[in-house]
Design a protein around this ligand. Structure first.
Ligand code: MG
Length: 246
């Protein structure tokens, strides 16, 4: 899974490096497909439950599962999130990031920063002796303290030989009645999604793209994290940053 994530993140880095005003979002799909071929890995999302692309590309009010498009151009001030994973020797990687396009508003910058902070706080709880709801609670508290709503419709998940394994990892505290202790050897995809306004989402007629009901901005970030006896090990850090322990 380290190797799956190393490859997956190197492709995600290449996708992110092409973000600029004027680019059509289908460009990111082309990069993803080309590099999967070059690296001899399969894109994890293409065909998953019928999802028609290798990369999820979600712009502004799109929360997750957006489609890359030949007609949708990125504009200065947009924010764009990518969710991407690969299958390497039977194991899945999974990672997501939100980036600004050119100069973005202070409001958008703050939303992205707090989403990343929520992820870091959730990861810090991913250690033996803690419970699943410790991750959920730390994400929710930080988001709400900063005035944002956590999206409840989509949750993180275990990841391994399948893309979505048990347990579900909500970004809100919902699982206290059945406390699940975290154990070394688990790999968790922790993925907070925060919204500027309402947490309610609707699905566009393409049956995939989730947008905020009020069409205000949303941000999403995700790491695949191994729970180890030494603490959390982030498998999906960008190249050069190693496998981090928080
Ligand atoms: Mg995921």
């Amino acid at each position: 899974m380290r190797e799956a994530n190393r490859i997956g993140v190197s492709i995600l880095d290449a996708i992110c490096s092409e973000v600029r005003p004027g680019v059509a979002t289908i460009r990111f799909e082309e990069i993803a497909q080309d590099l999967c071929r070059a690296c001899h890995v399969q894109p994890a999302f293409h065909g998953y439950d019928g999802f028609p692309f290798a990369v999820c590309c979600s712009v502004n009010e799109e929360v997750v599962h957006g489609f890359p498009s030949a007609t949708r151009l990125l504009h200065e001030g947009d924010i764009v999130s990518f969710d991407f994973g690969v299958i390497y020797e039977g194991f899945y990687s999974d990672c997501a990031r939100t980036l600004g396009v050119g100069e973005i508003s202070g409001q958008a910058r703050r939303l992205i920063r707090v989403t990343e902070e929520c992820l870091a706080l959730g990861i810090a709880e991913a250690r033996p002796g803690r419970y699943l709801h410790d991750i959920s609670r730390s994400v929710q508290i930080h988001a709400e303290k900063n005035g944002y709503a956590v999206i409840k419709r989509f949750v993180g998940h275990g990841v391994g030989r399948k893309l979505h394994e048990k347990p579900e990892i909500p970004n809100f505290e919902a699982s206290r009645l059945y406390p699940l202790p975290l154990k070394a050897g688990m790999v968790l995809a922790i993925e907070p999604m925060l919204a500027l306004g309402t947490c309610e989402v609707e699905i566009l007629p393409d049956t995939w793209t989730a947008v905020t009901k009020d069409r205000k901005l949303a941000a999403h970030c995700e790491h695949s994290v191994a729970v180890t006896s030494r603490g959390p090990e982030i498998l999906s850090l960008p190249a050069g940053k190693g496998y981090g322990a928080v």
